[in-house]
Design a protein around this ligand. Structure first.
Ligand code: NAD
Ligand code: ZN
Length: 609
C-alpha cells in the first residue's frame, strides 16, 4: 500500500493572514509541520500543496517537496485532489498545515483502520477526540461527530449532537479533528461531486461524503495538538517548543541513561569472552571494530578470541568518524549477514568508540546516519554494544553521544540508545599511546572539566564528577609524581568522570571553536581543543595558565599558525560551525552569549591560532 501525506497550505488564511509563514522556534510554521509529518516515518512521500510562491520556495529550500496548485480551490480536499489526480497512490492523508505538533500516534491511529476486519468498507478515515466540557460541546467552532456501534460516522455538526433531552443518559461527546486518510477513489469522487445544502449550511467538508453515501470510519485519539489560528496560539506554540527542546537538549531535569555494566582493572580485557558469551545469538556474529594501530599486534588479536563467523574490522583513525563511513560499514554488514549481529565491540580511542556506537544504532534505524545527527532523533534501540577504550580522555566510553562529521555538520547521534551496554576499562591497553597523543586526548578530559565546572548549566551532580576528574588531571599532568601504572589508572577514571560531568552539563567555548577547526581543516578533536584552549584566557583565565604549565612540564609543542592561510569562505564557514553550537555557548556564557561571542571576536581568535 502506498501512503502519502499531503499538507494543503493556503497563504492568505482568513483569520490569521500569513500564519503558515510565521516564525516558530526559528523556522516557519509550515516547515515545522512538514518536518513533523516526515519524522513520523509513516509515509512514502510528504508534500505541501500550495497556492503561494513564498510557501513553495521555503519548503523547497528546506529540502522538502512542494506542489503548486493550478486552480483556485474552496477547500483543502480539492487542493489535494488536484495534486494527486495523476499520482499512483492508495491512501492519501491530509495533514493540517497549521498543526506543527502533529503527533505520530494520531496519524498511526487513522491509518490503522485500513488494517482492520472492515477495511474493505472504508472510503476514508478520520479522527475524533473525547470532549466533556459543555462550553466546548456547545462551541460552534468545535465540530462534533456521532458514530454507530462500529465507529462509522453518522453525522457531523456544529450543534451539540446528540441533543441531551434526557440529562440522565450518559453520552460521550466527540470532537472531530481535521485529519483524514482517504482512499484515492473517495478523494477523487469528492472533487467531482457538487456541494449540497447540508454541507453548505454547516460549513463542514466531510458532510459531503455522508451525503453521497460514503463510509467514514472514525478512530479515537487522545493527543491534543496545537492549532495555530491566532497570534496567541503562535505565542503558546513557541513556548511549548522551547519547553520540549529544553527537556531534551538542556539541563533542568534530565533523565539520562548511564552505562549499566562496567568492569575495571589491569588485565580485565581478558574478561571479554565470558562477558559477551550470554549475548551470542546462535549464528549471529560479533563484529569487532578495532583501531588499525593494533593490526599487526597478533598477541592482542588472540586475546579478542573471535569465534565462528565473528568479524574483525580494522579501521584507520587518521580521520575522525564520518556519517558516510558509518553508512558503508552498516551496508557491508547487512550485505554479508542475513541476520542482525549479536553485538558490536568497539576497541580504540574516541574515534573508534563513537564509530562503534553509531554502527550499532544504524543497524536498527533506517536511512543515513546523517539523518540522526542531533538530539533524540534515534528511534530504535541499537544492537548490543561493548566499548573498550585504548586511550583515555574523551569520555566517549561513558557518554550519550557518538560524534560524527556529516555532509552538513559535525554533530553527535545524541540519544538514550547511544551509551554502551557494557564497558571494559583496562588501563594496560593504553600502554603504547604516543606521548603527544596521550597529552592531547588527556587534555580533552581536562577541558571537559574546565568547561563543565565554569558553565552556567553546572549543578551538584555534574560538579561532583567534574571536580573529581579535575583533581585527577592535576595529579597526572601537573604534579607528575605518580608511577606510570598509577597515572594510567587515574587517567582512565578521569576520562570517565569528565564524561559523566558533561552528561548533566555541556562543554563550552573551546569545544565550539575546535569543532570549527575540525569541520574546515579536519583538525582532530584533542589537538584542536589544545590549539584553541591556549588562547582562551579571556574565558578561562586560571585554567589556561595551568594548561600552559602542563604543556611546559611535558614538553609538548602545539601547532601554530594553522588559520593563517584560510580563505575568506573557509573562515566564514569555521565561524558558522562554531556559532551553530548554541547549547555550548549558552552553557559557557549564559543567555546573552551572542553579545559576547561575536563573529569578529571569533575571527580574531582564530587568526591567532
Ligand atoms: P583517536 O581515537 O582518534 O585516537 C588517537 C590516536 O591514538 C590514533 O592515532 C590512534 O590510533 C591512537 N591510539 C589509540 N589507542 C592507542 C594505543 N593503545 N596505542 C597506540 N596508539 C593508540 O582519538 P581520541 O582523542 O581518543 O578521540 C577523538 C574522537 O573522540 C573524536 O572523533 C571526537 O569527536 C570524539 N569524542 C567523542 C566524545 C563523546 O562523548 N562521544 C567526547 C570527546 C571526543
Ligand atoms: Zn571533548
Amino acid at each position: 500500500m502506498k501512503i502519502i501525506a499531503m499538507i494543503p497550505a493556503r497563504y492568505g488564511a482568513s483569520r490569521f493572514p500569513g500564519k503558515l509563514m510565521q516564525d516558530l522556534g526559528g523556522k516557519p510554521v509550515i516547515v515545522r509541520t512538514y518536518e513533523a509529518a516526515k519524522e513520523t516515518e509513516l509515509f512514502d512521500e510528504v508534500y505541501v500543496v500550495t497556492d503561494s510562491d513564498i510557501i513553495f520556495k521555503v519548503i523547497e529550500e528546506s529540502g522538502g517537496k512542494a506542489i503548486m496548485s493550478k486552480k483556485e480551490h474552496d477547500c483543502g480536499s480539492d487542493r489535494i485532489a488536484e495534486a494527486v489526480e495523476n499520482m499512483d497512490v492508495d491512501i492519501v492523508v491530509n495533514v493540517q498545515g497549521d498543526e506543527p505538533f502533529t503527533s505520530k500516534s494520531g496519524l498511526e491511529q487513522v491509518l490503522s483502520v485500513f488494517n482492520g476486519a472492515d477495511a474493505e468498507k472504508i472510503d476514508l478515515a478520520s479522527l475524533m477526540t473525547e470532549i466533556n466540557d459543555w462550553k466546548e460541546i456547545s462551541d460552534p467552532n468545535a465540530v462534533k461527530v456521532i458514530v454507530d456501534k462500529d465507529n462509522f460516522a453518522l453525522y457531523f455538526s456544529r450543534s451539540p449532537i446528540p441533543y441531551p433531552r434526557d440529562k440522565n443518559v450518559a453520552v460521550q461527546y466527540y470532537k472531530h479533528k481535521g485529519i483524514y486518510a482517504f482512499r484515492k477513489n473517495a478523494l477523487m469522487d469528492f472533487y467531482r461531486l457538487p456541494m449540497r445544502s447540508t454541507e453548505a449550511a454547516e460549513k463542514i467538508e466531510c458532510i459531503r461524503y455522508l451525503e453521497y453515501g460514503k463510509n467514514i470510519k472514525m478512530a479515537i485519539s487522545n493527543t491534543q495538538g496545537i492549532e495555530i489560528d491566532t497570534p496567541e496560539d503562535l505565542v503558546r506554540a513557541n513556548k511549548v517548543l522551547k519547553e520540549t527542546k529544553n527537556v531534551s537538549v538542556n539541563n533542568k531535569y534530565r533523565n539520562f541513561p548511564m552505562v549499566p555494566k562496567v568492569v575495571f582493572g589491569s588485565g580485565s580485557f581478558d574478561q571479554l569472552t565470558s562477558i559477551i558469551s550470554p549475548e551470542r545469538k546462535d549464528k549471529a556474529p560479533f563484529i569487532f571494530i578495532v583501531d588499525d594501530v593494533f593490526k599487526n599486534n597478533q598477541e592482542f588479536i588472540n586475546r579478542m578470541n573471535l569465534r565462528f563467523n565473528d568479524k574483525l574490522l580494522f579501521v584507520s583513525t587518521a580521520q575522525e568518524p564520518k556519517t558516510e563511513q558509518v553508512d558503508s560499514i552498516v551496508k557491508n554488514i547487512k550485505a554479508e549477514f542475513t541476520y542482525a549481529p549479536s553485538g558490536i565491540i568497539g576497541i580504540g580511542g574516541g574515534s573508534i568508540l563513537d564509530l562503534a556506537k553509531a554502527v550499532s544504532l544504524m543497524l536498527t534505524n533506517k536511512g543515513s546516519a546523517a539523518d540522526y545527527q542531533g538530539w533524540d532523533l534515534i528511534k530504535n534501540k541499537g544492537i548490543y554494544h561493548v566499548g573498550i577504550p585504548t586511550i583515555s580522555g574523551t569520555g566517549a566510553e561513558v557518554s550519550r553521544t557518538a560524534i560524527l562529521t556529516g555532509p552538513e555538520k559535525k554533530l553527535g547521534l545524541n540519544s538514550d540508545f547511544t551509551p554502551y551496554d557494557q564497558v571494559i576499562l583496562d588501563p594496560e591497553l593504553t600502554v603504547g599511546v604516543p606521548k603527544n597523543q596521550w597529552f592531547y586526548t588527556g587534555m580533552d578530559c581536562y577541558i571537559h572539566c574546565v568547561e563543565s565546572l565554569n558553565g552556567t548549566f553546572l549543578n551538584e551532580f555534574s560538579k561532583s564528577y567534574g571536580e573529581k576528574a579535575y583533581d585527577l588531571c592535576m595529579q597526572i599532568f601537573l604534579e607528575d609524581n605518580l608511577t606510570e601504572q598509577e597515572s594510567r589508572e587515574k587517567l582512565m577514571m578521569a576520562s570517565w568522570h569528565g564524561g559523566m560531568s558533561i552528561a548533566y552539563s555541556q562543554v563550552g567555548v573551546a569545544h565550539a571553536m575546535s569543532y570549527g577547526l575540525s569541520y574546515v581543516l579536519g583538525t582532530k578533536h584533542g589537538i584542536g581543543n589544545c590549539i584553541v584552549f591556549d588562547y582562551l584566557d579571556e574565558f578561562y583565565p586560571e585554567d589556561v595558565k595551568i594548561f600552559k604549565k602542563m604543556k611546559k612540564i611535558h614538553n609538548i609543542e602545539i601547532p601554530q599558525g594553522i588559520c593563517s592561510n584560510l580563505t575568506e569562505s573557509q573562515m566564514e564557514s569555521m565561524i558558522d560551525i562554531a556559532l551553530s553550537l548554541v547549547p555550548l555557548w549558552e552553557n559557557a556564557l549564559g543567555d546573552d552569549w551572542e553579545a559576547i561571542a561575536t563573529r569578529d571576536k571569533l575571527r580574531n581568535l582564530y587568526l591567532k591560532m
